[in-house]
Design a protein around this ligand. Structure first.
Ligand code: HEC
Length: 144
């Protein structure tokens, strides 16, 4: 490899691994969901789960790195609206504290928050459509 090629290897191909990266690639609808979802996350979720998604000790489980979030998208949609109680395991650690329901969240707001969560902190799942969210929310009882 010549010097020039070597410089370019570092200079040209390094992309910042930020969420703006994902946004630049998304459709206008995706961007709208993502930006609004982030605002809603700040309002409704960050008190407990923290703005950076790390959670808080043994009290509030993390969302940024969470095998639960990765594996249970339907349950995540349902718990935003209905809350969650009982023991829950995230990354091998158990949590057991009630998450209050947030009944004020509309289907589209839940879709927006989900779009934010599933496209942040290294996740790149793309838009979570409101039609899909409504379908899942209508069947939350059977998920419990
Ligand atoms: C008052 C604090 C509080 C608020 C506000 C809150 N949560 Fe939670 N959340 C919790 C607790 C406590 C648990 C663990 C529930 C259990 O032990 O059964 C939890 C669990 C979770 C889980 C599953 C476990 C994990 O970390 O992967 C997800 C996903 C989640 N919350 C997302 C959200 C989202 C999204 C919002 C905002 C719409 C939100 N939460 C608002 C306290 C909160």
């Amino acid at each position: 490899m010549t010097w020039a090629a070597c410089l370019c290897w570092f200079g040209c191909s390094s992309k910042p691994a930020e969420t703006t990266d994902v946004m630049a690639e998304g459709s206008p609808k995706f961007q709208q969901y993502y930006v609004h979802g982030k605002e809603l996350y700040t309002t409704y979720c960050s008190n407990c789960h923290q703005q950076s998604g790390t959670g808080l000790g043994r009290l509030y489980p993390p969302l940024n790195v969470s095998d639960y979030v990765d594996a249970n998208q339907s349950a995540v949609l349902c718990l935003m609206r209905n809350g969650k109680e009982g023991e829950l395991t995230v990354n091998g650690k158990s949590f057991n504290k009630k998450m209050p329901a947030i009944p004020a969240l509309t289907d589209i707001e839940i879709a927006e928050i989900a779009t934010y969560i599933y496209n942040s902190w290294g996740r790149t799942k793309g838009i979570v459509e409101v039609q899909q969210v409504s379908r899942v929310l209508a069947s939350c009882d059977t998920l419990r």
